[in-house]
Design a protein around this ligand. Structure first.
Ligand code: BGC
Length: 440
């Protein structure tokens, strides 16, 4: 059976991680600009000021995508590039940049998938309280409106948020990412609910602008893999459990209200008065129909008492390797949410460098992807509705607080010269795309 005929094969990036041009052409600052400019926050004090200079090199980058044979590209829009203070005047030069990028993609038959929010909140909105401010839903609605009005005739596929668990968890709970807060459950619930309200408002605006557009949300997840058939129910139950101590990291905190119009009961019981009030109207918007669920998967866990063997396979950033991660991520989530699924991110960082022959050989990445994508195909064979796979990432880029050390790309970047080199894995990925995954 394999992947469907119209399966989407793409690569993914995020604005802050690749664009550079951090203060060019009227762009306003965002929380990542502010964070990286404080010494000691990012490894080697790296910044995204230039990153992969994609702001100036997007045409070359689209050419490389074409060469790799991808039929889609997932990228994010920098909110403060198109609305410098987040809620005020629109910056035409920012709009022009994305229009040019989109035109270039369409000219090359590459379908754009746009993420509205990949972590780079305009600084002006941080000063107003960021996601803790209930008005954030109004701000996000306005931003989505600007996006819809300016790009809605050319873009059909939208993702409202990328990994709210990670930007809330790392930014508001652990404090390693901006805005570097370490908050308690009451504030975390408030921010989480504001993000969900913002999602609902954005879906409404995007659909009003174009009822035929396809809208989803992307969540990060570590699937729970059952080690035997008799563990399957246990894995399912435990995977979707959502209590107060860890709700941010669960699928059900985000997806249950979106799909079922209510939060998990255990969480509500444990939170009691800590839970913010959500109006019926807001819940209706949160609960609006979406067209797909995007999941980002790198790691997984085994259900039950399973301990990792010493020396077991892991990547350069020490993430353990679970070849069945995609398969179970899809199976678990489709069983509960009954939505078409895209893998919106998957990939690994490796110790990539340019060899004496001038090429970048990355056999580990090829093996990793072979196993993970084969697992995904198994899920398709079992009848799961999987619409596409986006590799993270198109190219090496600014890996948040780890700077430029981890390399996740199919394209190698020399950050001194901005030279791009297709890694062996890029050619391998091309062959997978050409066979629609049948050669795995
Ligand atoms: C994020 C990306 C990040 C990748 C690898 C995901 O959590 O969406 O921005 O670079 O993982 O860490």
């Amino acid at each position: 059976m394999g992947f469907s005929k119209n399966f989407i094969w793409g690569t993914a990036t995020a604005a802050y991680q690749i664009e550079g041009g951090w203060n060019e052409d009227g762009k306003g600052p965002n929380i990542w600009d502010d964070f990286v400019h404080q010494p000691g926050k990012v490894e080697d004090n790296c910044t995204g000021d230039v990153a992969c200079d994609h702001y100036h090199r997007y045409k070359d980058d689209v050419k490389l995508m074409k060469q790799m044979g991808v039929n889609a590209y997932r990228f994010s829009i920098s909110w403060s590039r198109i609305i410098p203070d987040g809620i005020g005047k629109v910056n035409q030069k920012g709009i022009d940049f994305y229009n040019n990028l989109i035109d270039e993609l369409l000219k090359n038959d590459i379908i754009p998938y746009v993420t509205l929010y990949h972590w780079d909140l305009p600084s002006a909105l941080y000063l107003k309280g960021g996601w803790l401010n209930p008005e954030s839903a109004d701000w996000f609605e306005y931003y989505a409106k600007v996006v819809a009005e300016n790009f809605g005739d050319k873009i059909k596929n939208f993702i409202t948020f990328n990994e709210p668990s990670v930007f809330l968890g790392c930014g508001y709970l652990i404090g390693e990412h901006p805005p570097c807060f370490k908050l308690g459950s009451k504030d975390l619930l408030l921010a989480g609910c504001n993000i969900l309200r913002s999602h609902g408002r954005a879906v409404k605006i995007l659909k009003e602008n174009n009822p035929d557009c396809i809208v989803g949300i992307t969540l990060a997840t570590q699937p729970l893999i059952p080690v035997a058939k008799e563990n399957e129910q246990e894995a399912y139950d435990s995977y979707f459990t959502c209590g107060l101590g860890y709700f941010i990291w669960t699928m059900s905190f985000w997806m249950d209200p979106i799909k079922f119009g209510k939060f998990p009961k255990q969480l509500l019981d444990e939170a009691g008065d800590l839970f913010p009030k959500i109006s019926e109207e807001d819940m209706k918007l949160i609960n609006q129909k979406i067209d797909f669920l995007g999941i980002n998967i790198y790691e997984a866990k085994y259900a039950g008492n399973f301990t990792r063997a010493p020396g077991a396979a892991h990547t350069e950033v020490h993430w353990d390797i679970y070849p069945d991660a995609l398969k179970w991520g899809v199976k678990l989530n489709q069983k509960r949410y009954e939505l078409p699924i895209y893998i919106t991110e998957n990939g690994m960082s490796a110790h990539d460098w340019v060899s004496l022959d001038g090429k970048v050989h990355d056999p580990n990445r090829i093996d990793f992807l072979h196993r993970y994508i084969k697992g995904l195909r198994d899920a398709a064979d079992e009848g799961c509705d999987i619409r596409g796979y986006f590799h993270w990432s198109l190219m090496d880029n600014f890996e948040w607080s780890k700077g430029y050390n981890p390399r996740f790309g199919l394209i190698y970047i020399n950050y001194e010269t901005q030279e791009r080199i297709l890694k062996d894995s890029a050619y391998w990925f091309k062959s997978v795309i050409e066979s629609n995954g049948d050669n795995l």
